[in-house]
Design a protein around this ligand. Structure first.
Ligand SMILES: Cc1ncc(COP(=O)(O)O)c(C=O)c1O
Length: 443
């Protein structure tokens, strides 16, 4: 091995002779391109350096005078790590809890094969906030739908009485459940699937928000179907909100056919949509629910599956688990992410600020009907879709917004999602709306 020296913190962090604070945006890009996997397409010419306030970041951009240097500007975070930072960057309630437990309480790291005292705290808080019987902690968001998939199959065999290996899980077209083999097996996105087959069998896709298609599938194959595993509002698809009566009808249909409703609330949960969980907007309760992202307050990856006693109760030792799922620090962060959401009344804030931005989107659509095709959203999970024309390009909008001090990212060609921290101020929402208006006007 060649010699390696690692010294300093922050900008002074130095790997051999490379000091991080000396790198220009172009040099960061070169390192990522040469030494990383090219599985993302980050915005060009910008590198995030640090937090400014709970909904803004400091971004480094090339110095117009000197390509090897950079300037720093504040940008509003309109993406929030795909809704992982609902509680705001470096939320003080969570940070204080982490620092206190690491330094004062001497928080241990142990796996679940030995009990630790913080697990009880996590289970009490997570069952209370979800209103569910049982909760199983996990780490990444994708692990929540993955576990719901496994749980529904086991329930299908043990409780519903489906013959071995014949279970079917139904998913919705346009879904996004993550990047694991099971998640991409449910996906119909060719980019996510290309050359990764063969896929997990036993999956049926239906169009989202089409009760007739679901009814027909349940009529035809209901005796083999274990669950409808689905997002309450499709996030990555571009914030697709179903009709008001869709979920009550789906819940009734699932009940009729003895099929579990397994909702992936990884993106929609934790107050993002103006309710603590999005299914509450539609007055229904799923049998299983997966949470992630803001379940760890943007500080640590924390996810979990919550659900009915008779489904989660089917897990047995060795059938499920991961070293860091529910370990002490994950449990503490999970508890205080819930506390921050409740104490800061984030669901109500999302509703109020969400209405503010949707009202502004509506004005923009009225002014530019030839450019804006549709505006969509609930709470602070919002998006505008532009008409399908070459110059109405979401990536161009993202780049132009950055110049106006707003970080947002397109989903698909012509849709831009805006999902800032739920702690965002009215003035900051106005700033985002003004910036979008200016950019759309210029296209
Ligand atoms: C609905 C949904 N499920 C699962 C995931 C996967 O989460 P992660 O990227 O943390 O694995 C995402 C991520 O965007 C998501 O939106």
């Amino acid at each position: 091995m060649s010699t390696l020296s690692i010294n300093g913190y922050g900008d002074d962090l130095t790997i051999n002779d490379v000091r991080i604070g000396d790198l220009s945006p172009q040099q960061h890009e070169n390192i990522e391109k040469q030494k990383g996997g090219q599985n993302y397409h980050p915005l060009e010419n910008v590198v995030i350096s640090e937090v400014k306030d709970s909904s803004t970041l400091i971004a480094r951009k090339p110095d117009p005078e000197n390509i090897k240097a950079y300037i720093e500007e504040e940008v509003i975070d309109g993406l929030c790590s795909y809704s992982a930072v609902n509680q705001g960057q470096l939320n003080q309630i969570i940070v204080d809890a982490v620092v206190h437990h690491l330094t004062i309480e001497k928080l241990p790291t142990v796996p679940r094969s030995i009990r630790h005292k913080y697990m009880s705290a996590f289970l009490l808080a997570a069952t209370a906030v979800t209103g569910m019987d049982r909760v199983v902690p996990k780490v990444a968001g994708v692990e929540a739908p993955e576990l719901m998939f496994k749980l529904s199959r086991r329930w299908g065999y043990q409780v519903k009485g489906i013959p071995a290996n014949e279970a079917l899980v139904v998913a919705a077209k346009g879904n996004f459940h993550g990047r694991s083999m099971t998640a991409i097996s449910m996906s119909d996105d060719p980019v996510a699937r290309a050359e990764f087959g063969p896929f997990v069998p036993g999956i049926e896709l239906v169009p989202f928000n089409d009760i007739d298609a679901l009814t027909a599938l349940f009529e035809e194959k209901g005796d083999r179907i274990v669950s409808y595993l689905v997002e309450p509002i499709q996030g990555e698809a571009g914030v697709i909100v179903p009709d008001e009566d869709y979920w009550p009808q789906v819940a009734a249909l699932c009940k009729k056919h003895n099929i579990l409703l397994a909702m992936d609330e990884v993106q929609t949960g934790f107050a993002r949509t103006g309710a603590v969980f999005a299914h509450q907007l539609f007055d229904i309760k799923p049998d299983l629910m997966g949470c992630g992202k803001a379940a760890g307050g943007g500080i640590l990856p924390v996810s979990f599956v919550a659900g009915r006693d008779d489904v989660i109760g089917l897990l047995t030792p060795g059938s499920e688990g991961s070293t860091f799922g529910g370990y002490p620090l994950g449990a503490v962060v999970g508890v205080f992410s819930i506390k921050a959401m409740i104490d800061l009344n984030l669901a109500e804030k999302a509703k109020i600020r969400g209405k503010q931005i949707m009202d502004r989107f509506a004005m923009m659509q009225a002014d530019f009907p030839d450019k804006i095709k549709e505006i969509r959203g609930r709470g602070l999970l919002t998006a505008f879709e532009m008409r399908d024309e070459p110059q109405l390009d979401g990536h161009t909008v993202s780049l132009e917004l950055l110049k106006q001090g707003v970080y947002a990212k397109e989903t698909h060609h012509s849709t831009v999602r805006i999902a800032p921290a739920l702690t965002i101020s009215a003035n900051q929402i106005d700033h985002i709306a003004d910036a979008i208006y200016t950019v759309v006007k210029s296209l």
